[in-house]
Design a protein around this ligand. Structure first.
Ligand code: ADP
Ligand code: AMP
Length: 213
């Protein structure tokens, strides 16, 4: 099963992708997580990506496509995967499509988690991420047991640099101009499914499992 999560930054793609990955036993592949791991490890890719991420801009397709294709070529992706944060542009979607066609494969579902911009701004301001394992929380909706400390690994929880209010509006603009056209792209392929992302996270997950079966 090959699934793409679509939706604005902060819509809950990562939250749902992790639950899908657990339920269906497929890897959760997040290009944002791959970039953040590279930044943490001080790699050249991380250095290049950070300059764009800090401004709320997209990392250029030339850098992004290769890391994604390398990741999905790994053995654990053989039976499918859930992509979170990729594709984010039409050229990225076209490259993925071409690569899958070459292998005689295709995307089964593109799930659009729909959340209006007003809710997004609140969600991103309250998001906290673990510096060690990347787990995500929300100060109101998904609080950790102990404030500022990750339930999974005891790591420190921080507000991501790109979740600061001055960057969030730019990320939303980038989403509307560069990423939203993917909704029509996958609709035309007959694989688009919409879910109401404003609901409680378990309700959103129930709508998704009703689609995936
Ligand atoms: P994305 O991966 O789309 O950027 P996340 O999954 O990180 O978004 O979610 C953004 C923030 O909103 C996080 O703090 C998360 O805990 C919270 N969140 C996710 N889903 C819901 C929901 N259905 N209701 C309320 N808050 C949510
Ligand atoms: P995310 O964790 O998905 O919110 O991604 C964080 C940031 O990483 C984005 O704002 C972009 O700067 C960058 N990024 C992640 N995925 C992509 C992608 N597919 N294309 C371009 N930039 C990306």
């Amino acid at each position: 099963m090959k699934i793409i999560m679509l939706g604005a930054p902060g819509a809950g793609k990562g939250t749902q992708a992790k639950m899908i990955a657990d339920r269906y036993g497929i890897p959760h592949v997040s290009t944002g997580d791959i970039f953040r791991a590279n930044i943490k490890n001080g790699t050249e890719l991380g250095r290049q990506a950070k300059a764009y991420m800090d401004k709320g801009e997209l990392v250029p397709d030339e850098l992004t496509v290769k890391i994604l294709l390398d990741r999905v070529a790994q053995a654990d992706c053989k039976n499918g995967y859930v992509l979170d944060g990729f594709p984010r542009t039409i050229p990225q979607a076209e490259v993925l499509d071409k690569e899958l066609s070459r292998l005689g494969e295709s995307i089964d579902y593109a799930i659009d988690v729909d959340v209006p911009d007003e809710n997004i701004v609140k969600r991103m301001g309250g998001r906290r991420a673990c510096v060690t394992c990347g787990a995500t929380y929300h100060i109101e909706h998904v609080p950790p047991k102990k404030e500022g400390i990750c339930d999974n690994c005891g790591g420190e929880l921080i507000l991501r640099d790109d979740d600061k209010p001055e960057t969030v509006q730019n990320r939303l603009n980038v989403y509307h101009t560069q990423t939203q056209p993917l909704i029509d792209f996958y609709n035309a392929k007959g694989v688009l499914r919409e879910v109401d992302g404003t609901k409680d996270m378990m309700e959103v997950f129930d709508s998704i499992t009703a689609i995936l079966g």
